[in-house]
Design a protein around this ligand. Structure first.
Ligand code: 8YV
Length: 310
């Protein structure tokens, strides 16, 4: 008999669904009523979920037979880690296979924000060019300092790309990391030393709103903030205020505090570039993430070691 698993999220590609059906008896949470969930809950031995949905604690409490949570994504901040550990439930994620694509998006947002790509695009589309409407010059990247917040796999991949643009790299994270000579002691110090901050740190309680008004002010009116990490890392109200009042220069944002809702204030600001949480949203990354997420489930039920345990 195939193990019974619960699948959260509603937009799984056909390839993932085919793999799942080969190995598991799948129950799709989005299609289950409360009574249907109750009827199968004590047979559900694993959960497949996305980084954004994670596993709500209330749902975990309804799954007494749970052995494994497989997260399709690198971030596990939406999973109740302590409760899983207390129950001995295994947890896997899909690191590495998305690193390059997420790092590419960080660079894309940084370049677009600093060189004002959306404004330039709007300028041409609006027919402002022939009339020689005033157009402020952008700033160079070369010689500037990029501060990377969270110097893990993605942070280091962003740094490698930005060094090729002639930027100096500094970073902040709790541990020393691979290049201690480049590490700033605090986030505030990093913001003071940097022309731009790129947020690559995990979400969760420890990093909640760590980018606050003081950090944004330290980055300053010529500074640029890029966030490809989690919306929770930034005090969004403070970010809006800093941009509105010209205390921060520009921002490139892929993630938001209450996504998919994006505050009107951010959507109307000219110096902001917005994308809908698409760091890993490429054919290649999503295919590899889907396979890895399913392979972890299969390995567990085959009695083999998990491929990418958290
Ligand atoms: C995805 C992500 O949006 O990896 C992460 O942590 O945020 C993203 O890659 C999501 O997990 C896709 O399921």
């Amino acid at each position: 008999m195939k193990p019974e698993i619960l699948v959260l999220g509603s937009v799984w590609p056909a390839e993932v669904l085919n793999l799942l059906e080969q190995h598991f008896h799948c129950h799709f949470h989005a299609q289950l009523g409360e009574q249907e969930l109750d009827a199968c809950a004590d047979r559900l031995r694993a959960v497949l979920t996305t980084g954004g949905i994670g596993l709500p604690a209330a749902l975990l409490a309804r799954l007494p037979a749970l052995e494994l949570v497989s997260v399709h994504g690198a971030g596990v901040d939406a999973v109740p880690l302590a409760a899983l550990a207390a129950r001995g439930v295994h947890l896997t994620n899909t690191p590495d296979v998305l690193t390059d694509d997420v790092a590419d998006l960080a660079v894309l947002l940084l370049l677009a924000a600093v060189r004002r790509l959306p404004q330039l695009d709007r300028y041409v589309r609006a027919g402002a060019w022939p009339g020689k409407a005033p157009l402020p010059q952008a700033r160079s990247l070369k010689g500037k300092v990029a501060g990377i917040v969270g110097f893990g796999r993605i942070g280091q991949a962003v740094a490698a790309r930005l060094e090729a643009f002639g930027l100096q790299i500094r970073y902040h994270q709790r541990s020393a990391g691979p290049r201690p000579d480049r590490r700033s002691d605090s986030l505030l110090a990093l913001a003071q030393e940097s022309d731009m901050l790129v947020l690559c740190t995990p979400g969760g309680a420890e990093t909640m709103r760590m980018v606050d008004a003081a950090v944004l002010d330290a980055l300053g009116p010529e500074g640029t903030l890029v966030n490809i990490a989690r919306g929770s890392v930034v005090d969004e109200a403070a970010l809006v205020a800093a941009l509105r009042e010209g205390r921060l220069g520009a921002a490139g944002l892929d993630v938001f505090e209450h996504e998919p809702e994006v505050p009107d204030a951010l959507r109307t600001l000219d110096q902001v570039v917005l994308t809908p949480h698409v760091g890993s949203f490429t054919v290649e990354a999503r295919r590899a993430m889907g396979r890895l997420a399913v392979d972890n489930l299969v390995a567990h039920f085959d009695g083999r070691p998990l491929l990418t345990p958290v």
